[in-house]
Design a protein around this ligand. Structure first.
Ligand SMILES: *Cc1c(COP(=O)(O)O)cnc(C)c1O
Length: 383
């Protein structure tokens, strides 16, 4: 191991070695079991994971796929989107939300966010709907549900589908207790290693309560074939590896405990910041559904502050050995690949402001109180 005292990170953004420490033997046993079984594709491990995640999320069907991106792509493909169709989505998300829309040939129509939650604004969706709109893709950003009741009401009134990007929000609950990914026609999860439930590689899942859509996504996952070598439609290879499923089967029963640890860390940050009186410089993430009787109103996939002088603060933290990240520095409507859509700086001001003001702090379950105090002290020293 190389240790450089000047640059060694005291507080990393995530510590996957610590995360796997207590379950390492079980993980190795699971990997060995799959390796020795010779069944590497769509095996019993995959079925077990699909049943486990469906039960955990409260969805009727779950279809394991190769990544969160492929979950979105397969879900959108199941809606038969074609060139000329429009899909309304948030401008403030990871690229995959919009990239998959564009890959179906449909046109992403970007709308702005609500500044308190960073999630898509239902009012803005309403204004963006046209006769060409086929689908709305809300994202449950940072681990907190978008405001789904008005979104579902708009979708129903206009006869359009809802595909939820729940990649950051497994287990997060909305009013009434429904979970992220189970409220629209289709919901998409990611098991990218840094997500709250992470594989040791790429993996994802499509959720639905609709048996016909479940069947269609299962077909799309294997090149649209049923039976084998007879292709009803054009799909892709969107299969999840049995090895990843086996690893996720070890981790899923621990997910609630890890989520509780993230929530406890968020509460500890809040009380540490409160004592410092940085009110005018730092605003803490707002759990907009808190106090509504939900178990997991926010699962803190990320703990994101709005701050003054964001870039200078980030530099200061890096020098102090504290990792941070910006999710995301450029909103989707201003990305070069979407230049042809005609958006300009100023088109979606709240998304653009969020891109300039936000910074994510370490919030992973194994983060210690001492590490959190070091983070808050470093931020206080900067201001
Ligand atoms: C991670 C993520 C995805 C993509 O998931 P991958 O598994 O990395 O393909 C999609 N949308 C959002 C909001 C994400 O955070």
């Amino acid at each position: 191991m190389i240790v450089d005292d000047m640059t060694a990170t005291k507080v990393p953004l995530l510590d996957l070695k610590a995360h796997h420490k207590d379950i390492r033997e079980e993980l190795v046993a699971a990997v060995t079991r799959v390796l020795d079984s010779g069944a590497y594709i769509l095996s019993d491990e995959v079925t077990k994971l699909e049943q486990g995640v469906a039960a955990y999320c409260g969805a009727r069907f779950a279809i394991g796929v190769s990544s969160g991106t492929d979950a979105l792509l397969a879900a959108l493909m199941a809606l038969d989107l074609k060139p000329g169709d429009e899909v309304v989505t948030t401008a403030f998300s990871f690229f995959a939300t919009a990239g998959t829309i564009a890959r179906t040939g449909a046109k992403p129509v970007f709308v702005d966010i609500e500044p308190a939650s960073f999630n898509i604004s239902p009012k803005a969706i309403e204004k963006a709907i046209t006769p060409k709109t086929k689908c709305i893709v809300p994202v449950h950003l940072y681990g907190q549900s978008a405001d789904m009741d008005p979104i579902l009401a708009i979708a129903k009134a206009r006869g359009v589908a809802v595909v939820e990007d729940a990649a950051q929000a497994i287990g997060a609950r909305y009013l009434g207790g429904k979970q992220a990914g189970t409220m629209g026609q289709l919901g998409c999860l990611s098991f990218f290693p840094t997500k709250n439930l992470g594989a040791a590689g790429d993996a994802g899942m499509v959720l639905t309560n609709d048996p016909a859509l479940a069947e269609k996504v299962r077909m799309i996952r294997v090149h649209g074939s049923q039976p084998k070598y007879y292709h009803k439609l054009v799909g892709g290879n969107f299969r999840i590896d049995s090895l990843q499923a086996a690893i996720l089967n070890v981790k899923l029963p621990r997910l609630d405990r890890w989520t509780e640890a993230r929530r406890a860390n968020a509460a500890r940050y809040a009380s540490l910041f409160e004592k410092k009186g940085l009110g005018s410089k730092v605003s803490l993430p707002k759990a907009v559904w808190a106090g509504k009787g939900l178990t997991f109103d926010h699962i803190y996939h990320q703990f994101v502050l709005r701050v003054a002088d964001r870039d200078a603060l980030r530099e200061h933290l890096t020098k102090a050995g504290i990792a941070s990240e910006v999710y995301y520095p450029l909103p989707l409507h201003l990305q070069e690949c979407f230049k042809g859509l005609g958006y300009k700086p100023g088109s979606l001001p709240e998304s653009e402001r969020a891109a300039k003001e936000t910074i994510a702090l370490p919030i992973y379950p194994e983060l210690t109180g001492d590490q959190q105090a070091a983070v808050v002290d470093a931020i206080t020293a900067f201001y």
